[in-house]
Design a protein around this ligand. Structure first.
Ligand code: PBG
Length: 331
């Protein structure tokens, strides 16, 4: 431990002007840290505001291709796609999620064709496709784990066939990483990455996301039987260890800011790339406070993102990605 006492030690010496603050800085945010989540909807040439997420739009495939090109230009390494499924295509068993012609697969194909050099991450979970809004299949009133695994494996398979680079299972079923990894091995898809939502909490901060993908109106009941209890830490370590054993290449902690302690512990204990997901509710909170004049938007945004790097995150999923990338590129 460093010891020092006043007046020979004066920590303010290192902070007295900007060059020394720049020189002494321990952590920084760079464009390579950013993963940009996008909401996709059916149709063409349409961008619809997501009212609870100022600045975020739900976009059609053709516009997603433009966003991907923009992300590439800004230096953002990867985008993540989430669909808003038309109500008529939703069902009890979420069948649209395993349809190779679904919105996500066709969007992946369009982006890969026109912007081949950007990483594409696809979400694996059934909630955008089910009439009940749960991430898995329901049997006897309970989200059935093993029954769901089969659907998730099929979902991952069609996404990979469409050209997805990284499979990101967000469903929190037990054993899904292993099941998806076996399928990938069997299909000789050794290079497909799995970025697993290893520690995903049953959080109140997903509200605006559920509005954006249209699952909040359908969602009956909570997700506490599979998403983690916000009170737990040790359980997160266990989840991460299991996902690594099952074949994950990197992991996600979600939400972000309320779970900085989890990011810190996981990144310290496991030698695996660890990503924070700054979720929709975190984004909405910062915007809402800024709109009221209570926070400086840019400063609060940068500080929130830097906190993930300080906690040990390799990178951050954030809806602020394009705005931040522009700021970082201009300075
Ligand atoms: C669904 C999923 C959710 C998010 C990502 N994938 C919502 C949920 O679990 O209900 C939330 C992302 C966000 O709030 O930004 N499997």
């Amino acid at each position: 431990m460093i010891k020092g006492s006043f007046p020979s030690s004066r920590p303010r010496r290192n902070r007295q002007n900007s060059w020394t603050r720049d020189m002494m800085r321990e952590n920084s945010l760079v464009v390579n840290d950013l993963i940009w989540p996008l909401f996709i909807q059916e149709g063409s040439n349409t961008a619809t505001d997501v009212s609870s997420m100022p600045g975020v739009k739900r976009i059609t495939t053709d516009i997603a291709v433009e966003y991907a090109a923009n992300a590439k230009e800004l230096g953002i390494p990867a985008i993540a796609l989430f669909p808003k499924t038309p109500e008529k295509l939703k069902s009890d068993d979420g069948y649209e999620g395993v349809n190779p012609e679904n919105l996500i697969c066709s969007t992946v194909r369009a982006i890969k064709e026109q912007v081949p050099d950007i990483g594409i991450i696809c979400d694996v979970a059934l909630d955008p496709y089910t009439t009940h809004g749960q991430d898995g299949l329901i049997r006897n009133g309970y989200v059935d784990n093993d029954l769901t695994l089969e659907a998730l494996v099929n979902q991952a398979h069609i996404q990979v066939k469409a050209g997805c680079d990284i499979i990101a299972p967000s469903d929190m079923m037990d054993g899904r990483v292993g099941a998806i990894r076996s399928m990938l091995e069997e299909k000789k898809q050794h290079n497909i990455q799995i970025m697993s939502y290893a520690a995903k909490y049953a959080s109140a901060f997903y509200g605006p996301f559920r509005d954006a993908v249209g699952s909040s109106s359908s969602l009956k009941g909570g997700k506490e039987t599979y998403q983690m209890d916000p009170a737990n830490t040790n359980e997160a370590l266990r989840e991460v260890a299991m996902d690594i054993n099952e074949g994950a290449d990197s992991i996600i902690i979600k939400p972000g800011m309320p779970y900085l302690d989890i990011i810190e512990r996981v990144s310290r204990e496991f030698n695996i790339p660890t990503f924070a997901y700054q979720v929709s509710g975190e984004y909405a909170m910062i915007h809402a406070a800024a709109a009221n004049g209570w926070l400086d938007l840019e400063k609060a945004m940068m500080e929130s993102l830097l906190s993930f790097k300080r906690a040990g995150a390799t990178g951050v999923w954030t809806y602020f990605a394009p705005v931040v990338a522009k700021i970082l590129n201009d300075t």
